[in-house]
Design a protein around this ligand. Structure first.
Ligand SMILES: [Zn+2]
Length: 322
């Protein structure tokens, strides 16, 4: 795995480093943000850009609803995380392989009924990185929870995307949201309704662009999405492979707590036991192949390796080579 500047403007980055104030005042970055919140790397011939959509505050209890509060609070304390409300990172990746430019998940967007101002930055941050939304040929969705599709639902987005955009999604995910079962979840108040309505809006607006698959689909050379189920019935992960290298985008299969406690049930998992099984399978696979991963809700940029540590796992951050 090598870092690359192909997707980012190296000169611009250098200038940014030496004159942050000027950059932010002049808007030269296409944004008034102090930091670009994007991270480029390369997997063989595939360019990858990890983009932070921001952070989403969630009640700490969401981390695990099958353990005692005291056990959960002790873990949060060990991890230097607050005991009440956590900022959940939101990572999206943009991939270029061959002639295709592929957005994998789309962030939270901006639901007017939810006050979540620290998220929904994806479009702005892609633009700041010189990425034209009209250049995106494909979208791959790990699943259709609001924090993964919301970016497609913001005002005007549909018109900024290509009319021939292909959106890849497991058929099981589409089926599930026709009559979604929330009986095994433990979400904050308001979330089930928000998730139902976001999924419905997405399917209404984008159904004609959907390319569904049963188990697996090669979206572009070396870009393979495969269904894992668990978190949602159609939850999928994406493996990039080129030149003997690989990287997996794990979506919501692995959260920060998933290394220490892969059997803890996250409140957003629709089938928690199946989610835990799929999580352990993926972590074991990545520990064996030693390939890096990125996941939606791991701290940005979230590029890490998976080690096995006794009967649990360990997250080993990848070194930034710039
Ligand atoms: Zn999520």
């Amino acid at each position: 795995m090598k870092n690359t500047a192909l997707l980012a403007d190296t000169d611009q980055q250098k200038n940014t480093t030496v004159s942050l104030d000027n950059a932010s005042r002049s808007g030269r970055m296409g944004s008034d943000e102090l930091v670009p919140s994007r991270y480029a790397l390369r997997i063989g011939d595939i360019d990858v850009l990890v983009v932070s959509d921001g952070v989403l505050p969630i009640p700490a209890a969401t981390v695990a609803h099958n353990v005692d509060a005291t056990v959960r609070t002790a873990w949060l304390d060990d991890m230097f995380l607050p005991p009440d409300v956590l900022d959940w990172p939101l990572n999206v990746i943009l991939v270029r392989s061959g002639e295709r430019t592929i957005l994998i998940d789309a962030g939270l967007g901006a639901d007017p009924n939810l006050h979540l101002p620290q998220a929904g930055r994806l479009a702005q941050r892609l633009e700041a990185g010189g990425i034209d939304l009209a250049s995106v040929t494909d979208v791959v969705l790990t699943h259709i929870h609001m924090d993964h599709i919301g970016g497609l639902l913001v005002d005007g987005m549909r018109n900024r995307l290509r009319p021939d955009l292909r959106i890849h999604l497991a058929a099981a995910e589409v089926d599930f949201w026709a009559a979604p079962d929330f009986s095994r979840t433990s979400m904050p108040d308001g979330f089930p309704d928000a998730l139902r309505s976001a999924a419905k809006r997405f399917l209404d607006e984008y159904r004609s662009l959907l390319h569904t698959f049963a188990a697996e689909c090669e979206v572009a050379p070396g870009v393979v999405v495969r269904r894992t189920g668990g978190h949602t019935p159609g939850h999928s992960v994406v493996r990039l492979a080129s030149g003997g290298e690989g990287l997996t985008f794990a979506g919501d299969l692995v959260f920060q707590v998933g290394f220490d406690h892969p059997d803890w049930h996250n409140g957003f998992e629709h089938d928690p036991e199946e989610a835990a099984r799929a999580r352990v399978d993926l972590l074991r696979e990545l520990a064996a192949t030693r390939e890096p991963m990125v996941a939606t809700h791991l701290p940005f940029p979230s590029v890490c390796h998976v080690a096995i540590d006794g009967d649990v796992f360990r997250c080993v951050p990848a070194v930034w080579a710039y």
